[in-house]
Design a protein around this ligand. Sequence first.
Ligand SMILES: [Zn+2]
Length: 285
Amino acid sequence: MTRYSDDLIEEIKTSNDIVDVISQYVILKRSGRNFFGLCPFHKEKSPSFSVSPDKQIFHCFGCGVGGNVIHFVSKIENLDFKDTLELLANRANIELPTLSNFEDDKKEALKAKVYEINEVTAKFYHENLYKPTSKEAQEYIKKRKLDNKTLTSFMIGYSGKFDELYQLLKSKGFKEEEILASSLVNKAENGKYIDRFRRRLMFPIKDIRGRVIAFGGRVLDDSKPKYINSPENIVYSKGKNLFGLNIAKKGDTKKIIIVEGYMDAISLYQRGITNVVASLRNSSY
Ligand SMILES: [Zn+2]
């Protein structure tokens, strides 16, 4: 079953001020920064139930209950988490996605698998880079003077031959539908599978949360196209992402430098300029 996203839960919380909500059940009086009232969860004559508008939490000094607005409503209305969210969303006029939508569930499950495939693939390419059979890639890296810290920070890798990735993914138990949804493997008309990226230097593209969402691959000889990228798919849309953003966001983000290609961003990073990202729109060919 799908669950509501963290972002949505946060939105529901911030749209329901805890003092407003609790005031519907308890008479509150302000005292300093906080509000006090008679605890609805135990019998008492003098108020030991406090609500903090700053922290958006409640706490009873008598019986020890406490929490945020969701906890309060859940407890006083005797509702489970899901029903509490529905009540609060309704109160704040927030529309909730339907939980029973089977197609949505299937899509979310497929997305999760594609993220997993991307992670496995990035690791496979990265480890492949260090193998004796990857001389071509190692020489390129030496020429571009990329050090080990840079290679691991960006998880730079080297893709295999023919259907090596496909075989690996199969052996890990991924289904055909999942592998094809990742766009990392193509199915030819004759029914054979072939890896999209072969013998290319590989740059995993991560979203701001650090999940691998796509790859860019550079040839190491003069063949064309020089770069190919993952096409848009269930987890990847070009316009919404920037290469290196997951790394750049860790540093000074008041100014961000946007460069054209992966290697531009990576070279600058190695020289200590870490607030740099590459656009994913122009680097295809
Ligand atoms: Zn109490």
